[in-house]
Design a protein around this ligand. Structure first.
Ligand code: SF4
Length: 328
């Protein structure tokens, strides 16, 4: 299929200053600290990890809401960081997003038809293309039908829709420009459990029909197991395990991945509690542990782990792991 998106040794360090005048102290928050992966066209690539792992910052860099402090990012073979203004406009039509909070993404003062058609309107103004108002309305209506909403919701305001309907409208807006990559940030976590499956099925159907590529970030490993084809597990700014979802889920290797799986809620109603949880709290990206970043929480840590950071090493055609105990 070929690669759509490639991140090579991407860094995002934020300077954080404290104190005043002569005592001012600037330290670096290393939110993303050398992350590399490639997303194939048509794949659903997921990033998992606890809050503070850096996955949201990676998504924000892909959406160009943050600029990397190092490394390269290529989309369809073009360097995203060095885009000209023209390429920037092109990229903003090719890459769209769906966020967790549909209410926050939909302007409460606009009608649903205007919200869904707005990207076409912006494109018309930027490019001076010839879409008429009627054509924009028609495209918005088509997209609403596509996501399972009646065209009459064109005239509604967001507050008149249910949570599921709002998320469908957000999806229609994201798809109206016919993008190639859609960033899904916790796409169902704010929804009622009863409608999560419907929205996930809708996203899967649209992906098949439109040949989309998804980049998904979420906490919910069970959900990611269903919707992703490839997954990377992040811990304190780095990927500790990456591969085909099937491989990673059937044979997790990194102690952190194993601990996350062990802490997953179980579908068995007789078991009210997950069998284990990840011990302790995730560390601070401003004060990273020496050696393996996971060593303060790892049950298998050895002296070497406190001194030497493990590299991500391929342990098979579809799986790589960063742990001194595995493959190194
Ligand atoms: Fe645990 Fe050491 Fe592996 Fe890190 S490198 S995950 S501390 S065993």
């Amino acid at each position: 299929m070929g690669k759509l998106l490639t991140l090579q040794e991407i860094y995002k360090h934020f300077p954080i200053s404290s104190g005043k005048w002569l005592t001012r102290n600037v330290r670096m928050l290393k939110a993303v600290d050398g992350v590399s992966f490639a997303v194939e066209k048509g794949a659903s690539f997921a990033l998992a990890g606890e809050s503070g792992s850096g996955k949201t910052t990676v998504a924000r860099m892909i959406l160009k809401l943050e600029k990397p402090t190092g490394g390269s990012m290529e989309f369809e073979g073009r360097d995203i960081v060095k885009f000209t203004r023209q390429e920037e406009l092109w990229y903003r039509t090719r890459v769209q997003s769906v966020f967790q909070d549909a209410s926050g993404s939909l302007n409460p003062r606009m009608r649903i038809g205007e919200i869904v058609g707005e990207p076409l309107e912006i494109q018309r103004q930027a490019k001076g293309n010839t879409l008429s108002n009627a054509e924009i309305r028609e495209r918005a209506e088509q997209m609403l039908r596509h996501v399972g909403l009646q065209p009459r919701v064109m005239h509604n305001y967001p507050h008149e829709l249910s949570g599921g309907q709002k998320q469908r409208a957000t999806i229609a807006r994201a798809m109206v420009l016919n993008p190639s990559l859609v960033v899904l940030d916790e796409p169902v976590s704010a929804l009622d459990v009863s409608i999560r499956a419907q929205i996930l099925n809708l996203l899967a159907d649209i992906q098949d029909e439109l040949g989309l590529t998804y980049f998904i970030i979420a906490h919910d490993l069970a959900m990611l197991g269903h919707v992703s084809s490839h997954i990377g597990v992040m811990y304190l700014g780095r990927i500790v395990e990456i591969g085909r979802t099937e491989e990673v889920y059937s044979h997790p290797q990194h102690p952190y991945t194993k601990a996350l799986f062990a802490a997953m809620p179980l579908p068995d109603p007789l078991r009210t509690k997950a069998s284990a949880s990840v011990r302790g709290e995730i560390g601070s990206a401003m004060n990273l542990p020496m050696g393996c970043r996971f060593h303060p929480r790892c049950d298998f840590a050895q002296p070497r782990c406190r001194e030497e950071e493990p590299a991500l090493v391929a342990i098979g055609p579809d799986q790589s792991v960063a742990c001194h105990l595995i493959g190194g």
